[in-house]
Design a protein around this ligand. Structure first.
Ligand SMILES: *[C@@H]1O[C@H](CO)[C@@H](O)[C@H](O)[C@H]1NC(C)=O
Ligand SMILES: *[C@@H]1O[C@H](CO)[C@@H](O)[C@H](O)[C@H]1NC(C)=O
Length: 456
């Protein structure tokens, strides 16, 4: 009874608010009891409120040990005091881990439901992807040996992936339902699953395989898994479509597992499967969905080099398989451009911006410092292995390698066309020296000191 009152009234007082004063009539014992309970509740909520505030502000001041912020501007849309950098940085390793029998998934993405985020920092990053209409969602997919990412398709996004480690037998099926393309993907290669193509990924190696996945949407990613669809189809309809001997009775022998089988690994797999074969389709099919990024030509610049998985209008530098991939990307709408970027120890990927693409990146190895300048915001921060970064279209950004080892990033750009870029050195060079002299209060002769040699 007292407990009930406690709970009932405890919730009705907002934290931090004073409880009722001691004017209660002493004659009524039960009222008095309720009152005392309320007082206790208010006391506790007040203490909790104060504690929470103290913890939050303490947390905020400690949050950024890596520092390096030159400028911070509060986000105009909301009053939370979270570092602006989380609009451009996601510590993916710290994000919520979705665990399945055969592996794990982690996300750096926009969520419609606040509860689907794991932290305020994730909210900030997800909102930023969405507000900038980035056409980007990122996730990591870890599959245990013999595990299977169930056959599925995405309603609202193309998927571009990079196999960081391991090997997987991948199948893709497009609209022409007689053609299935299968291929053994190895580390350093790229996969491309156009919107609504069914695809599966089976780990055929001994170690875990890890896919880094970009999806071309900044909305909630919409996906259907084959097993879920099967169990949502009426039994008689499934029986008439699949025509097994025994009809609907056979369909009824299928049992939906208690656990989500998005990444599946039955404990009795050995009993279920004896004769697995992992064949590969002919080249003209395979290279529409796969690309050997690791084996592709390097595109060097003074501090490092790029390798690209993208559409090229001028395909003369591409080999036969690369041409098939380039044309396949071009046939689909809203595809992404993928690249690996190496920056040597202490070298700089100089400030630049893109006219036609948002950019997202994942740190594969090394460490660095990046800077982003937007209209109204300027921020510099450090990046480490497993971090995800986001540069909105038009924002000027640089990436500096600051460790002994080289900095290696996987990058995605939200364009299926040629990437259009302008570098800081180019627009300084292109602006008349008397215009710069006037702008910066500097003698024209001094302005001429800026390097006139163009470098990427
Ligand atoms: C597996 O292959 C063996 C030999 O080819 C065959 O005898 C057996 O029936 C096959 N088992 C299944 C389940 O297909
Ligand atoms: C694909 O990989 C599996 C596992 O290593 C292997 O058994 C199979 O022969 C491979 N398939 C092809 C066509 O190379």
């Amino acid at each position: 009874m007292d407990n009930q009152a406690f709970e009932l009234h405890g919730e009705s007082f907002p934290p931090g608010k004073e409880g009722p004063k001691k004017e209660a009539k002493k004659s009524n014992r039960s009222l008095m009891k309720i009152f005392l309970a309320c007082l206790l509740a208010c006391g506790i909520t007040t203490v909790l409120g104060v504690l929470t505030l103290a913890l939050v502000s303490n947390d905020a001041s400690k949050r950024d040990p890596d520092g390096g912020n030159v400028g911070m501007s509060p986000s105009p849309s909301h009053g939370r005091r979270l570092d602006v950098k989380f609009q451009f940085l996601n510590h993916l390793k710290k994000s919520k881990v979705y665990t399945y029998p055969g592996g794990q998934i982690q996300w750096a993405r926009f969520r419609k439901e606040l509860l689907d985020y794991g932290s305020e920092e994730e909210v900030e990053f997800g909102r930023s992807l969405n507000i900038h209409r980035s056409q980007m969602t990122f996730g990591t997919l870890r599959i245990k040996s013999k595990g299977l990412r169930a056959p599925h398709w995405h309603f609202n996004a193309n998927e571009h992936g990079y196999l960081q480690q391991g090997s997987a037998w991948v199948g893709v099926m497009g609209a022409d339902d007689n053609v299935v393309t299968t291929y053994n993907v190895t580390a350093g290669q790229v996969v491309f699953f156009p919107r609504n193509t069914i695809h599966w990924l089976k780990n055929v190696g001994e170690e875990d395989c890890v896919f880094l996945l970009f999806f071309s949407t900044h909305e909630e990613l919409q996906t259907l898994d084959m097993d879920d669809v099967f169990f949502w189809t009426p039994e008689d309809v499934a029986a008439r479509a699949l025509k097994p001997p025994g009809g609907v009775n056979f369909i009824r022998t299928f049992q939906k597992q208690a656990e989500d089988q998005a990444i599946n690994l039955p404990p009795n797999l050995e009993d279920l499967v004896q004769n697995a074969t992992y064949g590969q389709s002919p080249d003209h099919l395979v290279w529409r969905y796969f690309y050997n990024l690791k084996g592709s030509a390097e595109d060097p610049f003074p501090g490092g080099s790029f390798q690209w998985a993208r559409y090229r209008r001028d395909a003369t530098s591409l080999n036969g398989n690369e041409k098939i991939f380039s044309e396949s990307l071009h046939k689909h709408e809203n595809t992404l451009t993928l690249a690996t970027l190496r920056i040597r120890s202490n070298s700089l990927g100089q400030p630049h911006f893109h006219f036609n693409a948002h950019e997202m990146g994942y740190v594969l190895s090394g460490c660095g410092q990046v800077g982003v300048v937007l209209s109204g915001t300027s921020i510099n921060f450090n990046i480490d292995i497993g971090d995800v970064i986001f540069f909105p279209v038009g924002s000027q950004h640089y990436i500096k390698s600051v460790c002994e080892e080289e900095l290696l990033l996987l990058l995605a750009y939200s364009t299926g066309n040629q990437l259009e870029t302008l570098r800081m050195s180019s627009y300084f060079q292109g602006t008349a020296d008397h215009i710069l002299a006037q702008l910066f209060f500097k003698a024209q002769a001094e302005i001429k000191m800026f390097s006139r040699t163009s470098q990427p």
